[in-house]
Design a protein. Structure first.
Lengths: 216, 249
């Protein structure tokens, strides 16, 4: 048994939290890009695309994130592809986030009245112009709350990456517990860290929503 | 390409439109001459709005041809549709202003993007058109700060900013409080006086009688009767039209 003071525990967890943040940002940026591409492809309305995108979304929404992580980490290994925990966790979380974001944002676009599309159509705007100048600015405002809500889910979801050996907040907590045998103290600190990450994000979302309402 | 009637700005031949197995337009023939004002009347479900929405491609039709300014309407050809829609303006029952843009930017959006006109010119045109519909001082206002009648007049200015050859009006006063109907109709009447080609689906029979050159009575997906307003309203030739007109009183 090694003696750690609470400050040492917090210090180590704080260092590990960097990787939780990095993984969350990666998942969110990657997932945002892929999700947006999926949404635009779907809105373009080429035959078959909507079905394909919807199948993709269902696969990722219908299976546990943990299993997706296992498949990315161990599954690819079966094919002789050696993946590091970083690549597996980053890849799996990106795909997972992309499916959810594509679906969340589709809902936001569908909340825009059909008349807005028709008015843009009748003014001869092309698909990209309609999306960029008419639909997206309105959908964006609706999207803030659910998007940030999902970002908080992703931050908490990165904890699962600890199981495939990715050393982030939760994994570090487990490692310190194994050394100190003080699980309650350590995991309480871990929980506090997650809260310290998630709460400001939610607070920022509330502020953003308010300010967007004000200046139209 | 040969155009049979040289003055037809909208030329519709044997237009058929189905929603699934339900045929809502059963072979429409209609020529609209430049500068002509046409009112389309009929019961709800008679196909009048659908016909109007076919003219700028908001609805696809399955059979027949539709020419605007001699150019055939081709669904699925994005470039041809963009070209055609620059000739056809549309005003909706629900105004459909863009709520995230100021009144001025609502009017300026399409000319800036589609016509690539320069900013100063677009700005000047927008101010002139807003003045024309009596809303010069609302350039900086937001759509939700305006009354329904004002919003509809902005929508008219927005459509005019694209310099259309034809303006389609789809029950544009139906969503308005009665006291606001007049201000919108006055603007439409002034457009008619200035020679704009207008096709309007309307329930305002007095207005249709006053400004239109021809009235189209639609019934069950067909043009049931067509003629000058004196004839349609004064001497309806079919029992369906007689019944429709008497149901209004």
């Amino acid at each position: 048994m090694v003696e750690f003071s609470v400050w040492q525990i917090l210090g180590n967890l704080l260092l590990a939290a960097r990787w939780t943040v990095a993984l969350s940002l990666l998942a969110f940026a990657g997932g945002g890009l892929v999700g947006l591409s999926l949404l635009v492809a779907r809105l373009r309305g080429r035959p078959g695309v909507a079905t394909a995108v919807s199948a993709y979304v269902h696969v990722f929404q219908g299976t546990p994130l943990l299993i997706q992580l296992f498949l990315a980490y161990f599954g690819l290994g079966l094919f002789g592809i050696d993946v590091s925990p970083w690549v597996a966790a980053g890849g799996a979380l990106t795909l997972y986030a992309s499916a959810y974001l594509a679906e969340i944002w589709r809902g936001c676009v569908e909340a825009i009245p059909r008349g807005q599309w028709e008015a843009a159509d009748s003014l001869a705007l092309d698909f990209g112009e309609k999306l960029r100048h008419v639909i997206a600015p309105q959908a964006l405002r609706i999207a803030v709350a659910p998007t940030v809500g999902f970002l908080v889910q992703v931050i908490k979801g990165t904890a699962l990456a600890s199981i495939i050996g990715f050393v982030e907040l939760t994994k570090t907590g487990t490692m310190i517990t194994n050394a100190t045998f003080r699980p309650f103290t350590v995991y309480a600190c871990v929980a506090l860290m997650y809260f310290a990450l998630c709460w400001p994000v939610s607070a920022f979302s509330r502020r953003l929503e308010r300010s967007m309402r004000r200046d139209h | 390409m040969t155009i049979e009637t040289p003055f037809a700005i909208v030329d519709i031949r044997q237009l058929r439109k189905r929603f699934g197995s339900n045929e809502v337009l059963k072979g429409i023939d209609l020529d609209v001459r430049r500068g002509e004002v046409i009112a389309i009347i009929g019961k709800s479900g008679s196909g009048k709005s659908t016909l109007l929405r076919c003219i700028n491609g908001l609805e696809e039709f399955q059979d027949g041809t539709l020419l605007v300014d001699g150019q055939p309407l081709k669904h699925g050809d994005a470039k041809a549709m963009r070209e055609l829609r620059q000739h056809v303006g549309m005003i909706f029952q629900g105004f459909n202003l863009f709520p995230h843009l100021s009144v001025g930017r609502n009017v300026m959006l399409a000319p800036t993007l589609v016509k690539k006109a320069n900013a100063a010119e677009v700005d000047a045109t927008a101010r002139r058109l807003l003045a024309r519909v009596g809303l010069a001082e609302k350039f900086e206002a937001w759509p939700d700060q305006l009354s329904g009648g004002q919003q509809q007049r902005v929508a008219i200015a927005r459509a005019l900013a694209m310099q259309p050859s034809v303006l389609l009006c789809d029950e544009i006063t139906s969503a308005l409080d009665p006291e606001l109907v007049g201000e919108v109709l006055k603007v439409v009447e002034s457009l008619a006086d200035e020679g704009m080609t207008l096709l309007m689906v309307t329930h305002e029979m007095g207005f249709a009688r006053k400004v239109s050159d021809r009235v189209v009575f639609m019934h069950a997906g067909r043009i049931h009767e067509i003629g000058p307003p004196e004839q349609i309203f004064g001497a309806p030739g079919t029992p369906e039209l007689q019944q429709f007109l008497s149901s209004l009183h």
